[in-house]
Design a protein around this ligand. Structure first.
Ligand code: V47
Ligand code: SF4
Length: 388
């Protein structure tokens, strides 16, 4: 019997239903929505973390992924008015925001000439004047300048608006964007799929079915994408499970998702500032349940600019195996929403130290999780100071 399976049998629950869930996990049996709900409602954190960690180690051992990336945020002007958003400005107040031209965005890409970044992540507000043809020109220009840079860009919310405005079907629009150089989709805009929740927090943008349809269209073209879940606002545990269930079903069908990224609601300076943020205990629970429930998602990502680097480090013991990238202070979504990371940027050395200090092996990956470089753990302890 392997060391891991011996450990599995040592994680004993005093609660019979939890024990049944652990047995299912140990036997590779998929958890039902009722199991998922039961975990959120009744599982003690230590037990849940240990079970999620087992699954993580079965799939990845100690390997923990990061990438070298930067973001481009074309604009924060947005036609929508999501109540949790601290970042956007309505078109009528666009002088308070920013609007980058193609040349300005290309200049951002050129700043990385000669540097070994592998991905540009493009995401922003939904600007009524930046249409599909504008972004096709942008992706073509980036590819022409730097063909080795993987373009992961545009949430389903941005794409839905562009396609409707250009009067093309989702399938046609996705094909045009793909041909213009778009390679993967980020996971944003998913929030919580349940319509009653969307009506309270993001009533006017694409609904859950529309979000899923856009990702399915991308997967059918052979593109990959990520999926997020914004949690810790007005949703219930049942809404979270329903959200994960819908993603799990699409993943069964297409196998196109790379990673699942739970995003903690941050309450600074938005219309939902009265909603208290979740505790760290709740955050770790979400990662652990995601690892156990999303059995067909190979990767679970903690996005450190949102969670904070030390909490992201802790999440590596609760099922997480990816902490995103170097970022290089190129995104404002989370600093404006109150994250501790006001200028998110980590060097490769800092990311590697962060992962090593959690007792894991750091692996640089590209967007599609091809390994670029493995950084084995040194035997010497890594001093805390290297993280600050
Ligand atoms: O959809 C906005 C979230 C998302 C807040 O795919 C907020 O690799 C918390 O999707 N508190 C956009 N969250 C960012 C995103 C993303 C981030 C990192 C990696 C990837 C990836 C995707 O940000 C939005 C929304 O869910 N968001 N405001 C807030 N106040
Ligand atoms: Fe616009 Fe995105 Fe902010 Fe919603 S979350 S208001 S779609 S920028």
């Amino acid at each position: 019997m392997s060391q891991i399976s011996t450990l599995m049998h040592n994680i004993v629950a005093t609660d019979a239903q939890l024990q049944q869930i652990a047995d299912k996990v140990n036997n590779g049996v998929r958890l039902s929505p009722e199991d998922g709900l039961y975990l959120f409602e009744h599982a003690p954190l230590g037990w849940l973390g240990a079970l999620a960690n087992q699954v993580r180690e079965q799939k990845h051992g100690h390997r923990t992924y990061f990438n070298r990336n930067f973001h481009i945020e074309p604009t924060n002007v947005c036609v929508f008015s999501c109540k949790f958003c601290s970042y956007s400005r309505l078109y009528s107040k666009r002088e308070e925001g920013w609007e980058l031209s193609i040349d300005q965005m290309l200049d951002i890409v050129k700043k990385y000439d000669g540097q070994p970044v592998t991905e540009v992540h493009i995401v922003g507000g939904v600007h009524p004047k930046m249409d599909m043809y504008f972004f096709m020109e942008l992706t073509k220009a980036i590819r022409a300048h730097r063909p080795d840079l993987h373009i992961k860009g545009f949430t389903a919310v941005e794409l839905d608006y562009m396609f409707r405005k250009a009067k093309v079907s989702v399938e046609e629009g996705m094909k045009l964007m793909h041909e213009a150089g778009l390679q993967s989709l980020p996971g944003g805009g998913a929030e919580i799929f349940d319509q009653s929740v969307r009506e309270q927090i993001c009533a006017d943008k694409v609904d859950g079915a529309g979000w899923l349809r856009i990702h399915k269209a991308a997967h059918q073209l052979g593109m990959h994408s990520n999926a997020t879940m914004l949690y810790g606002h007005v949703e219930t545990y049942a809404h979270r499970i329903d959200h994960m269930e819908q993603l799990r079903q699409l993943q069964d069908e297409t196998k196109g998702f790379n990673t699942f990224i739970p995003l903690k609601f941050r309450n600074h300076d938005n219309e939902m500032s009265h909603v208290k943020e979740t505790t760290l205990i709740e955050d770790m629970k979400v990662y652990a349940v995601a690892r156990l429930y999303m059995d067909n998602f190979l990767h679970i990502k903690a996005y450190w600019p949102m969670l904070g680097r030390h909490n992201a480090q802790l999440s590596l013991s609760f099922g997480v195996n990816d902490i995103d990238g170097t970022i290089d202070d190129s995104t404002k979504i989370y600093s404006m929403a109150g994250s501790e990371e006001q200028s998110p940027s980590m060097t490769t050395e800092e990311l590697v130290a962060l992962i090593h200090q959690a007792g894991r092996v750091a692996v640089e990956r590209d967007t599609l999780y091809k390994e670029v470089k493995v950084f084995e753990r040194s035997t010497a302890p890594v001093p805390d100071a290297s993280l600050n």
